[in-house]
Design a protein around this ligand. Structure first.
Ligand SMILES: *Cc1c(COP(=O)(O)O)cnc(C)c1O
Length: 359
């Protein structure tokens, strides 16, 4: 077996080694029951405790107010693209979307199946290299909610501050949940697939203000109503047990690291190492405009596609893996989520300097 490498994958992404070691034991024999975690009933007292603990840790770490429900759902973050308008947009109602990348585009496409969608802003013509500033777009008075993607995983852009509006705010935080302190009470709904910054693939966390669940039209299928899952503490049917457990273990780890605030400081420092390197030369060019830069995904280019291919291949040889950019924009991308260690970023920066000097 090879030693573990630095894994810059955008998702599923690197997880803390402590979590992986604990999981490898628990999968075989969970808490001395003689039964592995993924073999036991989701209604067993052991698993119920896992689910409760995962929820209460998330509530604690994100300071989620009591009038919000936390749901653990399946179908990926992508299912939220239709579940949100299906539950929250009544017949003929309007919602506003900010188009800042592939994931907002997909959400807009689905939302159009349910209501009138106003795309108030788009950076598509400039290959999604920025997010809007306050005042760069306006929202119709009769719009029900404003939807935005807080971190654009592919393009490496992130809202430095959230839209300031009296509209209901809805955000896809799949790739930056728990990376920085946020005020949940400003949002109606937040969702995130676990596999970027929170755990293994298989569960999507939805944080929803309770009163919103009353809006869902009667003829919505049972499994697709938020209230179905809220009323049964996400145990209406078999939940994704392993993924919920995995998120719980990551949250325990996060708490030990000092919580979200400590993580935010570390994330800012890690990203600064890379951006300082990019800014110190014309050889590397960051994709995102400076004011829109993400601290989670850093997308950048080299002088040519050939050099990019060579860069990615040589990096892999020294254990820097997963640096190829998303197929839609090419180039390189370093995803440095919470669990990605600072030493890995330092090693990448050292390699970037050497590569530039040699090529
Ligand atoms: C990865 C990602 C998604 C899609 O997640 P799935 O769980 O694969 O459906 C949605 N939004 C953002 C911002 C993402 O990074």
């Amino acid at each position: 077996m090879v030693d573990r490498v630095y894994n810059f994958s955008a998702g599923p992404a690197t997880l803390p080694i402590d979590v992986l070691e604990q999981a490898s034991q628990d999968i075989k024999n969970f808490k001395e029951t003689g039964i592995g975690l993924i073999e036991m009933s989701h209604r067993s007292k052991e698993f119920m405790a896992v689910a409760e603990n995962t929820e209460s840790l998330l509530r604690e770490l994100m300071e989620i107010p009591d009038n919000y429900k936390v749901l653990f759902l399946q179908g990926g973050a992508s299912s939220q693209f239709f579940m949100i308008p299906m539950n929250l947009l009544g017949n003929g109602e309007k919602a506003t979307y900010l188009n800042t990348g592939t994931w907002s585009k997909k959400a807009i496409k689905e939302a159009k199946l349910f209501g009138e969608i106003e795309v108030a802003y788009s950076s598509e013509e400039q290959t999604f290299n920025k997010v809007p500033e306050q005042g760069e777009y306006s929202i119709s008075d009769d719009s029900e909610y404003l939807y935005f993607v807080s971190n654009n995983t592919i393009y490496g852009t992130q809202f430095p501050t959230f839209p300031d509006t009296d509209k209901l705010l809805i955000s896809d935080m799949s790739s930056d949940i728990l990376s920085r302190k946020i005020d949940v009470s400003k949002f109606g709904l937040i969702f995130a697939g676990a596999q970027k910054n929170m755990g293994p693939a298989g569960v999507t966390v939805v944080i929803i203000r309770e009163d919103l669940m009353e809006k869902t039209p009667e003829n919505t299928p049972t499994m697709l109503k938020y209230k179905t899952h809220a009323d049964k503490d996400s145990m209406f049917n078999t939940p994704p047990c392993f993924a919920i457990y995995g998120v719980g273990e990551v949250l325990k780890w996060l708490k030990k690291q000092g919580g979200v605030e400590a993580m935010e400081k570390r994330n800012i420092a890690k990203a600064a190492l890379l951006y300082d390197c990019i800014d110190s030369t014309d050889y590397y060019r960051g994709h995102a405009e400076v004011g829109s830069r993400s601290i989670m995904n850093i997308s950048f280019n080299l002088p040519s596609a050939d050099l990019e291919a060579q860069f990615i291949a040589e990096a892999a040889k020294i254990g820097l893996m997963g640096l190829k950019g998303h197929r839609s924009i090419g180039g390189c991308r370093a995803s440095i989520y919470n669990a990605f260690p600072t030493e890995g970023v330092e090693k990448l920066v050292a390699f970037m300097k050497e590569f530039e000097a040699a090529n």
